[in-house]
Ligand binder design. Structure first.
Ligand code: BGC
Length: 254
């Protein structure tokens, strides 16, 4: 990838359970303008500790985006008007943290904080598998948990949190996240049965026109998507793990 310079680059940063990753995004093309930087997520990942690492990542890109430009940051939590409201797979201290204000203070520049799946959804809708798709589109991310992003004619309904739907007395993400496939050593067929249950339920509730499947495992989509029997068209995300960073940057610039 060539190094783009000057205007049009916006920094996106994705906070995950194991790594905090950022890159300047070329929003004309919907791709990273340089290599990303990744730093391990601190062991006790409180908002304050994470904000320090996010600032370190941002400091690595002053040549590309300067020191004052807005930054988009994703978190694996409900984000209600800048305040994080849940902590399913992160430290409990995120509940009711004013993440927007904290990050803006620590980074000394405007920061827009958003849910990770919502950010990935924006990226896929603008630059990826959902590009130019009208109607109801649902993106799900299969990773440590299950994230979701719901769009109507390209407009996001934030914080849908479909990974926490209860199925057979258990939260869907505790049965069917990609991490569960690895932890329980499930075959693709066994995992697909659980996904089938989840996606069938979701399509019965929302009647989407398209379902997009993101998360790192989407690069192996041919192993499990063909095993699903759904009425809705279901396709792999095209931006995979870059989607969070790209969507964060997109959101920060809007
Ligand atoms: C969280 C969501 C998040 C998803 C993917 C879920 O446990 O509740 O907010 O989008 O994991 O990280």
């Amino acid at each position: 990838m060539g190094k783009a310079t000057g205007k049009g680059l916006v920094l996106g940063i994705d906070i995950g359970g194991s790594g905090i990753k950022g890159a300047p995004v070329d929003l004309g093309r919907g791709e990273f303008a340089t290599e990303r930087i990744r730093i391990d997520t601190p062991a006790r990942a409180t908002p304050e500790a994470v904000a320090e690492v996010v600032a370190e990542v941002a400091a690595g890109f002053t040549d590309e985006v300067g020191e004052d430009s807005p930054v988009g940051v994703t978190v694996p939590a409900v984000v209600h008007h800048g305040v994080t409201k849940s902590a399913a797979n992160i430290d409990d201290s995120w509940i009711d943290a004013d993440a927007d204000a904290l990050f803006t203070r620590v980074l000394g520049r405007p920061v827009v904080v958003m849910n990770d799946a919502d950010a990935a959804g924006h990226a896929e809708m603008r630059f990826g598998a959902g590009r130019d798709t009208e109607g109801v589109v649902l993106l799900t991310t299969l990773g440590t948990g299950i994230g979701s992003a719901l769009f109507l004619n390209g407009q996001l309904v934030p914080n849908t949190e479909l990974g926490h739907l209860e199925l057979d007395g258990e939260e869907a993400e505790h049965r069917a996240a990609a991490s569960v496939r690895e932890d329980e050593d499930l075959s693709w067929e066994e995992w697909a049965e659980r996904l089938q249950r989840f996606y069938r339920h979701v399509e019965d509730l929302f009647w989407p026109d398209l379902i997009i499947v993101g998360g790192g495992v989407s690069k192996k989509a041919d192993k499990f998507l063909p095993l699903l029997d759904l009425r809705t068209e279901i396709v792999p995300a095209t931006l995979r793990n870059d989607a969070g960073i790209i969507g964060a940057a997109w959101q920060a610039s809007h």
